[in-house]
Write a protein that binds this ligand. Structure first.
Ligand SMILES: *Cc1c(COP(=O)(O)O)cnc(C)c1O
Length: 522
């Protein structure tokens, strides 16, 4: 391991240096960490095997001729390497995660405790059905809750994320159209503010995507949408509440118009957290909607996932939903309806989404969360999430431009723009400044309908004290961006790495370590 004696990485130009530097480059408990290939090597670490009888070589020409270049670390070195890296992470267990359109909320430890019970954690997907009745009961009970909470007819539990759920819903729509002999309907209408997964899903499922414009107040332009309906339109995909943090008030009228024109309504339910217990999507005429359990129902998210994206279905689409699904039989036992057992009962299914039943661990966590809140508690979840977002919106609307603040309350996320920052300062500078304040930045540059968007979602699990601290930090950074403070252009100053060229990193990622001698490894 070579320690850069000045302790500074190349991107740390003299202007960015703090007045005092440490010999190691460490900043107190924030430890510098090289790549794993830069520490240890296989010549000094490893296991010495006794010379054995040389086994007959069966690899022929394929025998490896050079060392494979694995990093060579002892156990304590390995543990320290990964522990140091893990400390450079920001996590929901460290502080508020203001990412909009993500619902990054606290994962109650009770959920974890339930999911770790051996009877749930150790079941195998190929076990005989009568040995896993408890696990199937969890899936079935969660399914019943999701159906009741949404006012829908059925649910496909197996999709493994929101985007996977979108695909499930669109495949149901495709199957339903084909069954009606209307497979020629190929157009899916998607509002401009939609999450990128919506048009991507529609295209992946074989549809062509057309944009629907937004109105000045951030909602779907209902007149434009109705005008586009016709015999070539398969479906609309609408997010409600939408990605501008606003409730789509016309959704029932939109659904009625889409149905009259022979199409289906897909609702992106990623923002269900804001309306759970208050609004039943089924009452709005929706045919399919995914529910991100990792958003609304507090199961771990992102790198802490996996996610889970059950899809609730209307009576019209339920027959086309995927296998397998659970059903409680007259004698009380729970059956798993698979290809072999469905028989003639589910002839229109479009097929399967996953090898087995979905994310069992997430089902257990989500059901625990639901049962520990109860129906009234879930309603309060939505109310508190909306209250917290409005507190942020009203606390910052004088500092940052808030394009839809005049239109009334927001739902569970508040949106700001870069409109009143100083010349040459952008949303990116505000986001980077927040890192120095100890916060993960909010969602930036999404949705696309707002220039330089900053989308902030606090969730219901944050206290007023935590919100006040975040508001103070964001206000302070925003004031610097409005005053044109040049030091903000090079933020973050206190993070392990300063401002990176993110476009280059995304477009040309260096995924292979080039050893000092130029040999590659990894
Ligand atoms: C998160 C999100 C998705 C995608 O969900 P994943 O679980 O990440 O696949 C889709 N639409 C919206 C509006 C979202 O916020």
């Amino acid at each position: 391991m070579s320690i850069n004696p000045s302790g500074w990485r190349p991107e740390m130009t003299p202007e960015r240096r703090a007045p005092v530097q440490s010999f190691t480059g460490n900043k107190a408990l924030m430890l510098e960490e090289p790549l794993i290939f830069e520490i240890g090597d296989t010549k000094t670490t490893g296991v010495d095997f006794a010379e054995g009888d040389v086994a007959h070589d069966r690899l022929g020409d394929l025998t490896r001729k050079a060392p494979i270049g694995l990093p060579g670390l002892s156990e304590p070195e390995t543990v320290r390497h990964y522990t140091r890296l893990s400390r450079q992470n920001y996590a929901i267990d460290l502080g508020l995660f203001p990412l909009g359109s993500c619902t990054m909320k606290h994962n109650p430890r009770l959920n974890e405790k339930m999911a770790r019970l051996p009877g749930f954690a150790d079941v195998h997907p190929l076990q005989p059905v009568d040995t896993v009745q408890g696990a199937l009961a969890v899936i079935n009970e969660l399914a019943v809750w999701l159906i009741r909470l949404t006012g829908m007819y059925g649910v496909a539990m197996s999709p493994k994320a929101g985007a996977h759920g979108e695909l499930c819903g669109m495949l149901c729509i495709k199957a339903a159209l084909e069954k009606r002999g209307e497979g020629h309907r190929k157009v899916v209408l998607v509002p401009e503010s939609a999450h990128g997964t919506n048009p991507a899903t529609a295209a992946f499922a074989g549809f062509t995507v057309e944009d629907i414009p937004a109105t000045a107040d951030g909602r779907v332009d209902t007149a434009a949408l109705k005008a586009r309906l016709g015999p070539d339109v398969a479906a609309v995909m609408i997010t409600n509440p939408n990605t501008c943090g606003l409730f789509e008030r016309d959704l029932k009228a939109i659904s009625d118009a889409v149905h009259d024109a022979g199409g289906y309504v897909y609702c992106d339910g990623a923002n269900f957290n804001a309306i759970v217990g208050r609004v039943r999507p089924g009452d709005l005429g929706i045919d399919a909607m995914h529910i991100n359990l990792h958003k609304t129902f507090s199961t771990p998210h992102g790198g802490g996932g996996p996610g889970s994206g059950p899809v609730v279905l209307s009576e019209a689409l339920a027959p086309f939903g995927p296998l397998p699904f659970t059903a409680r039989m007259a004698d009380g036992h729970i059956a798993l309806i698979e290809e072999e057992t469905a028989g003639d009962d589910h002839p229109d299914t479009f097929g399967r989404m996953t090898a087995f039943h979905g994310q069992m661990g997430m089902f257990t966590r989500a059901l625990t969360y639901i049962l520990s809140h109860g129906a009234d508690g879930l309603r309060q979840v939505a109310e508190d999430a909306v209250l917290n977002a409005n507190y942020i919106l009203r606390s910052l609307e004088e500092t940052l431009d808030a394009p839809f603040a005049g239109a009334g309350p927001c739902m569970h996320e508040a949106i700001f723009s870069d409109a009143n920052l100083a010349e040459g300062f952008s949303t990116l500078d505000v986001a980077k400044g927040l890192i120095d304040e100890g916060f993960h930045p909010m969602t930036v540059y999404f949705p696309l309908v707002v220039h330089g968007a900053m989308l902030v979602e606090p969730t219901e699990t944050e206290s007023k004290a935590a919100l006040d601290q975040f508001i103070g930090a964001l206000r302070s950074v925003a004031e610097r961006a409005k005053a044109g403070d040049p030091s903000l252009k090079s933020a973050p100053h206190f993070a392990p790495r300063a401002r990176l060229d993110e476009t280059l990193a995304a477009r040309k990622p260096v995924l292979v370590w080039k050893g000092e001698a130029g040999e590659t490894a990894g």
